[in-house]
Design a protein around this ligand. Sequence first.
Ligand code: PXG
Ligand code: PLP
Length: 446
Amino acid sequence: MSVGTLSEAATSNRDLEAFWMPFTANRQFKADPRMLVGANGVHYRSDDDRDILDGTSGLWCCNAGHGYKEIADAVHEQLMSLDYAPSFQMGHPIAFKFAERLKTIAPAGFDHVFFTGSGSESVDTALKIALAYHRARGEGTRTRLIGRERGYHGVGFGGISVGGIVNNRRHFGSLLTGVDHLPHTHNLERNAHSRGQPEWGAHLADDLERIAALHGAETIAAVIVEPVAGSTGVLVPPKGYLQRLREICDRHGILLIFDEVITGFGRLGAPFASQFFGVTPDLFTTAKGLTNGVLPMGAVFAQNQIHDAFMGGPDNTIELFHGYTYSGHPVACAAGLATLEIYERGDLLTRASRLAPLWEEAIHGLKGERNVVDIRNIGLIAGIELAARNGSPGARGYDVFTACYRAGALIRVTGDIVALSPPLTFEEADIEKLVGILGEAIERTE
Ligand code: PXG
Ligand code: PLP
């Protein structure tokens, strides 16, 4: 494993115009770019030749860290033997093998996996399966989808419709119809500085009863939530909240979808959040850590009874009119299989449960630092909420982000909330270093 070397192109090519960057202030960035040119272990390498501690696993996706030769070799081998093959009315062995392998780490009863190309595609897929499931069972009145305020479910029209982050929705027209939202669970007055799951807020799930009464439960197909809301700034579910959602869904025949794009693959200390919280959804979405982030891929896991409901009718029927050119892409499957080996070898899918006490202690050590109004944590995730600077929300968060980068750590900010989600391979010294850099950056930022 070698750290990527400083490339000529990265330093001399300042022609940055053509790449319209996603979720980025393009003009601000291009005036003062931050370029990563290599990655190994828990570090990135910057174009000015510095090691940058990866406090975010890339974008919550490189759960085992960076630079694995085994993944590179598996990808290379697959490319040279079968680079691409269609999955519509055709098959190739590695997609079946990967699905079978994934079954072994999924909760019991999830024996079916639908492959996609990303988290956003996984969300659209899960929502469509939910709608078609009810229709297949003769409950075609169930067409409503329920999301949650502050939820992030990717950027497809389905995902932004059930999502609850205003800026991701307001620019894009009328979205899907027949969507409603549960209230978010964030409450600084009640829950600030909770360690792990907050005590207060399980009753917020009861709003689903109100929504069911308002529209008629028989019109509701599914509820989708992130078990721990990530992108909005780390909102940990109150104790009992997810259980309550499950109960209400059961009572009314509503499907429960967990969006595990972030929580999947060990982030909390179990392979999936459903195992960690002991609450079983009907469908759950994944992506990111599925391939350790090295190739784009997502997967939707379906309970057997959901899958089986589609399997009636004549054998020549296409049961689900849905799929992507890249569903089950052989090269992504090869990366995924090699990734699962690495997770298994290092016990990485449960490692966060062993690191969590240390992590919690270190993160909550930032309490009392300048402008810190809340600290929250679960598994190997943390959110540190800063007070907004008067009149310019997000400015303080951005300054802390750039200060950390200058000091050698990659963090993520959403507005004025810092989100941390380091590789599951982090050691105690890495935690101390990350929290140290962050603490100093916060202290020095106006
Ligand atoms: N669902 C959830 C819960 C996610 O966190 C997606 C769906 C979409 O996945 P794709 O692969 O289409 O991006 C996500 C993605 C952040 C951040 O800043 C979070 C995500 C993506 C980019 C940035 O927290 N989550
Ligand atoms: N647009 C056009 C014109 C296409 O032909 C296709 C796929 O064949 C798509 C979009 C969908 O692309 P994908 O399957 O990669 O999501």
